[in-house]
Design a protein around this ligand. Structure first.
Ligand code: CA
Length: 239
């Protein structure tokens, strides 16, 4: 089912939002998605799910029964806003109406609980492959001197050579570089890159910034581009 490298290469490091209020199901899916090289982002309730869906998830695995705002409302809102982000619905109710309504609203697929996480990951892959064939967004490359951030290949290159960032390092650098000269709080970065704030451990962001600086500046001799804003967060300021 899962093929290493080859066909699925461009799917690596895709940001998959897992919107599910049942923590054990959410963690199971997050675990399997991460193991397959995706970047899982987590939302435990409807409003968070909607915010993070708008914030650049590549695909949303969306539980129908979410507190605050249900999965159907979220899908309806996203489609009304013209967003085409693929949605895989999770439902505990096997009734036909849920399936049809979900798909009519613009969900791309659905899985009925209880499901195997492998099945969900397989659906995610199938939909990404399908939507990748449907609309190729073309090259999306951010360039800052010798540094290139290629969002279609999910690659960071220095002088044209991939420097092999880990998925979260990539996602963090991309989140910063998309917002040149914008002060971004640790909270915002945590949410963009990891999903909702697990235990509020903002040091995770600091650790990853340190690794990025090591790879970009020390290993590849780039000028400093990530500025620390003490007591707040970080800012991308390329030389
Ligand atoms: Ca639920």
């Amino acid at each position: 089912m899962s093929s290493p490298g080859g066909t699925y290469r461009n799917m690596a490091a895709m940001r998959i939002l897992v919107a599910e209020d049942d923590a054990s199901i959410r963690e199971l899916l997050v675990h399997h998605l991460a193991r397959d090289g995706f970047i899982p982002i987590e939302a435990p309730d409807g409003p968070t799910a909607l915010r993070l869906s708008r914030g650049g998830a590549d695909l949303v695995v969306l539980d129908i029964g979410l507190p605050g705002l249900d999965g159907l409302d979220i899908t309806r809102t996203l489609r009304r806003e013209g967003r085409t982000t693929p949605v895989v619905m999770l439902t505990a109710r096997a009734e036909e109406v849920d399936r049809i309504v979900g798909l009519e609203l613009g969900a791309d697929d659905y899985v009925v609980k209880p499901f195997s996480p492998r099945e969900v990951v397989a659906r995610v892959r199938a939909i990404l492959r399908r939507s990748g064939l449907k609309h190729d967004p073309g090259p999306q490359v951010l360039r800052f001197g010798r540094l290139e951030i290629d969002d279609s290949a999910r690659e960071v290159r220095v002088d044209g050579v991939d420097i092999g960032l880990k998925p979260r390092e990539y996602a963090l650098l991309h989140a910063l570089a998309e917002n040149v000269a914008v002060a971004m709080s640790r909270d915002t970065l945590l949410e963009r890159v990891w999903g909702y704030d697990f235990d509020g451990d903002e040091r995770t962001v600091d650790v990853h910034v340190r690794r990025l600086r090591m790879k970009l500046e020390e290993q590849h001799g780039l000028p400093a581009c990530i500025q620390t804003l003490h007591g707040f967060g970080y800012k991308f300021s390329p030389a």
